[in-house]
Design a protein. Sequence first.
Length: 310
Amino acid sequence: MRAGARERRRGGRRMQCYTEEQWWQLNDGLLDAGPSAAMDAHRRACPRCAALWGEIRRIEGGLRAIAPQEERCNLIAASAVGTHLRRLVLRRCARVTAAAAGIAAAVLLVSVFASRAPEDEGLVARTAPAPADAPGGAADGAAPFAANGGAGSPETPPPAEMQFAWGTVSGITAPAAFTVVRAAGDSFCARLARGAARFEVDPAAGTAVAVETPDAVIEVVGTVFSVAVRDEGRSRTEVVVERGTVRVVHDGEAVIVSAGESFPPRAPDAPPVPPPAGDTRNVDVPSPQAEPESPSGETIDMPPSVRVEY
């Protein structure tokens, strides 16, 4: 181990904490079996190093999951201005893109930016408007789901729920296009080009789940959230968090979205304005022209007007 490792005291014992660079070397498989085992044992006893290792693994999952274009790498890294991850993001972007062109990092929990969505690849579920004269069309004007995508795929009704190792995708609304871009190891990346869907991620699975939309990247571990893509001249993404917390970076500003909140924030309803204290108004309600009759047929005398005070 390098001499740069720092020392800490825990329970009266002197503990040797490893540097970030050493943890990245362990992540990249550059250490021998002995040092690797020693660092793993240290991580189980040191909360600080355990947290650092978890952050590195989360970044690595995002790097492997998101990256259709090389220029997106710098854009995502630039969104991390002011965070302690910026240096790591830039270094890892360069390292990974050198190994495999086009790999980029989704470091922020939600990083919103404008970009052109690449063509669908590996489409697994899609709905589209059905022609008016199409036989057997859906009642809402959407054709049946095309599972496992591609021309000639057998068409089936939209699934109520799709199961994955990390959780579920449900509530897919038509018309929608849902694509699995990558599913390997501890990372999963999907693309929602249009429509809406609900994602439930099990934190115990330890999978970095990322969802791309035309103008956003949403990456979380262990939360429940919904994503909708609105077409209002240009694509606009809406995120609603049911459980957990996500971070939205948009136009250079970071917004924390917690359970029960949404992005963009919804304007609160204006409370009703009560009348001023002591203000009593009289309203004359004219009586009907014809005198009403009781059920027995007798005529009921009504006053010429009814005064209502409020």
